[in-house]
Design a binder for this molecule. Structure first.
Ligand SMILES: C[S@@+](CC[C@H](N)C(=O)[O-])C[C@H]1O[C@@H](n2cnc3c(N)ncnc32)[C@H](O)[C@@H]1O
Length: 292
C-alpha cells in the first residue's frame, strides 16, 4: 500500500519537486528546494505561485521528462541562469548565454554608486562600459537615466550579440551602441561615467571557484592573470583618457584588491575617492575622479 501510494505521489508535481530537491541537495547545491521550484516553473511554463499551490498536479510524461532533464543539468552544477537563459539584474530581465558572465547581485553596488554620483538624473550623461558582457551595468544605468547615452565595449563578439539583444528587449537600443575592442584600443570620446567590471580572478584562485563558475562561465570573463590585476593594468590608461574632467569612474574589484587597484588608478592620474561595499559588506567598487 505504502509502495503504491509512493508511486502515485511520485507522479505528482509535489513528489517530483521533493525528488528534485533531494537530487540537487546531494549534488551540493545549497538552494536545492528553491532551484527545484524554479526549474519546475521553467519546465512547465507555470508561475511559481501555481507551482506552489498545485502539488497534487499529475505530471504528464513530457512535463516529467522536461523537468528531469533540467534537474540533471543543474545537478551537474550548470548555473540556473545558464539553464533558463535568463537572469534578473537591477529588476530588469537579461538574456544570458554561455558566452557571458551571469550578472551578479553584488554588481548592483556599482550601478547604485554610479547613479548616486549623477547630480542631475535628467542630464545628457555619456556612459562607457568596459567589458560589457550582457550589458547589465550599462543598460541598468540607462534605464535610470532617461537622457543618457551609452557605449558598451567587449572583446567578445558573442558577448556583444547578447548585449545588443538585451538592449533591444529592454527598449534601450536607441540610446546605446556596442563596439568590439580590446579595452579602449578603438575608442575615442569623453564620458561622464566610465564603468568597468573586468575579469579579476587570480590564476591561483581558480581552484577555489564553485563548479558553476569554473566549469560553465567563460574564462575570458573571469581571468585576471597571475595576480588578478592584469585587466586593471590594461584599463588604467583608457579610464583616465576617456573620463571627462568632472566625470566619475567606477571599477568593480575582488574583495581583497582595493589597495592594489587604487595604486594602479593613481598611476594613471585617477584619485580613488570611495570604496563602495557590496551586500556582504565587502569592498566591491572603487570610485575615482581625475587627479590633476
Ligand atoms: C567580469 S565580466 C563582466 C561582464 C558584465 N559587465 C557584468 O558586470 O556582469 C568581464 C567582461 O570583460 C570582457 N573582456 C575581457 N577581456 C577584455 C578585453 N581585453 N577588452 C574588452 N573586454 C574584455 C569579457 O568578455 C567579459 O564580458
Amino acid at each position: 500500500m505504502g509502495g503504491a501510494l509512493g508511486g502515485v505521489l511520485d507522479n505528482t508535481l509535489g513528489g517530483a519537486l521533493a525528488a528534485a530537491a533531494g537530487r540537487l541537495d546531494a549534488a551540493g547545491i545549497e538552494s536545492a528546494r528553491l532551484d527545484a521550484r524554479l526549474l519546475a516553473s521553467f519546465a512547465l511554463g507555470w508561475e511559481q505561485v501555481r507551482i506552489l499551490s498545485h502539488p497534487e498536479h499529475a505530471l504528464r510524461p513530457e512535463q516529467r521528462q522536461a523537468m528531469d532533464a533540467l534537474v540533471a543539468r543543474r545537478a551537474a552544477r550548470e548555473p540556473l541562469a545558464a539553464i533558463t537563459g535568463q537572469c534578473e539584474f537591477w529588476s530588469l530581465d537579461f538574456t544570458v548565454t554561455k558566452d557571458v558572465l551571469v550578472p551578479r547581485p553584488d554588481s548592483e553596488t556599482l550601478v547604485e554608486a554610479a547613479l548616486a554620483s549623477v547630480k542631475d538624473q535628467d542630464a545628457d550623461v555619456e556612459v562607457i562600459d568596459f567589458g560589457t558582457g550582457t550589458g547589465c551595468l550599462l543598460l541598468a544605468l540607462l534605464s535610470e537615466l532617461p537622457n543618457a547615452r551609452g557605449l558598451g565595449v567587449d572583446v567578445s563578439k558573442a558577448a556583444l550579440a547578447v548585449a545588443t539583444g538585451n538592449a533591444e528587449r529592454l527598449g534601450l537600443d536607441g540610446r546605446v551602441r556596442f563596439e568590439l575592442s580590446d579595452w579602449d584600443a578603438g575608442v575615442d570620446g569623453q564620458f561622464d561615467l566610465v564603468v568597468a567590471n573586468p575579469p579579476y580572478i587570480a590564476d591561483a584562485d581558480f581552484a577555489d571557484l564553485e563548479p558553476e563558475v569554473a566549469r560553465f562561465e567563460p574564462r575570458l570573463a573571469l581571468s585576471g592573470g597571475a595576480d588578478g590585476l592584469d585587466c586593471y593594468q590594461a584599463l588604467g590608461p583608457g579610464l583616465s583618457r576617456l573620463l571627462k574632467a568632472d566625470g566619475h569612474a567606477f571599477v568593480e574589484i575582488g574583495a581583497t584588491q582595493a589597495d592594489a587597484v587604487s595604486r594602479i588608478l593613481r598611476r594613471h592620474e585617477l584619485e580613488p575617492i570611495c570604496v563602495h561595499k557590496d551586500l556582504s559588506g565587502l569592498p566591491r567598487v572603487i570610485e575615482a575622479i581625475k587627479n590633476f
